[in-house]
Write a protein that binds this ligand. Structure first.
Ligand SMILES: [Zn+2]
Length: 157
């Protein structure tokens, strides 16, 4: 099981990195609403308690493209202000643990400065790595998808 997850994670990392490379070649991630949607998944918004592994991976991959500084907010266990180095869009990053088993990052857009290039986001949100936690949103909100679907969804203009 563990090895299987590692392989899925490595495959997802390669595909998401190529998606982000494409974003950076034409603008920045902020210009893509579907990227913002998945990067912005926050279980607290629906009163749930889970980690979205697709969100965690995307945030790890895009962090080098942001200037990170201390945040004035303190509503999470850790708070940071992320500013896109390309367009100057501002986000509030947060990290909290809900139990010894479940913790998650969130990236909430607070000031969009990019012109939109990508196609509008829809629901249910496709996810490849998926969720782990104590309570989940209904299937109308999120659904399992393969990596080809993920790349197509994130790249569509
Ligand atoms: Zn940007």
């Amino acid at each position: 099981m563990e090895q299987d997850y590692q392989q899925r994670h490595t495959e997802a990392k390669n595909v998401y990195q190529s998606v982000i490379d494409g974003y950076m070649a034409s603008a920045c991630p902020c210009a893509f609403p579907r990227f913002r949607q998945i990067a912005g998944i926050n279980c607290v918004d629906s009163g749930d308690s889970y980690c979205c592994f697709d969100t965690e991976l995307l945030l790890a991959l895009i962090k080098p493209f942001f200037d990170v500084s201390p945040s004035e907010r303190n509503d999470e266990c850790a708070n940071e202000k992320w500013v896109c180095k390309t367009c100057g869009s501002e986000y509030e990053w947060g990290w909290s643990d809900f139990s010894i088993h479940v913790n998650r990052q969130k990236l909430a857009l607070t000031n969009l400065r990019a012109s939109t290039i990508g196609k509008a986001a829809g629901k249910p949100i496709p996810l490849y790595l998926g969720l782990f936690g104590h309570s989940y949103p209904p299937p109308s909100e999120m659904r399992p998808a393969n990596l080809e679907e993920m790349a197509a969804y994130l790249n569509e203009r």
